[in-house]
Write a protein that binds this ligand. Sequence first.
Ligand code: URA
Length: 163
Amino acid sequence: MLGRGDVCAPILFVGEGPGAKEDETGLPFVGQAGKLLDLALESLDFAPEDYYIANVIKCRPPENRTPLSDEIAACMPYLREQFRLIRPKIVVCLGSVASTALLGPDCKVSSVRGTWTERKGTHFTATYHPAALLRDEKKKLVMWQDLKTVKNMLSQLRDDHKV
Ligand code: URA
């Protein structure tokens, strides 16, 4: 399972790995967490051509457990290739697996969320995983605010003709 969205999009969202519903359909973020993400993106007027959604891990780990580091390492070449083909200007890590895989092993979502790191012209940020919002309602507003900064970054890059 690779991803969904526009392959020419300026934004790449990266989640953890497929859950049961995603394994069934072959598409990322189509379960409850995905519905929340879609709702948040719609409420902020992101257009479907603005983003592509992928996962670090391409197959569901047994019992839906957190992926192990060797599983992450085995799947990274696929994500790197997706990155190379899409060439996003913005990458949004959803949750700690994506954040540690892409921003560094010590990265904590609560510390880096809403902040930006630029690497070779691509702007990286992180926010909570949508599934975390299902467990903790208070995180909904925080994630929505983080996505607003993503929207602002996209507008800024468009104004600067970088997208
Ligand atoms: N959680 C993820 O990280 N990815 C999905 O595709 C679905 C749920």
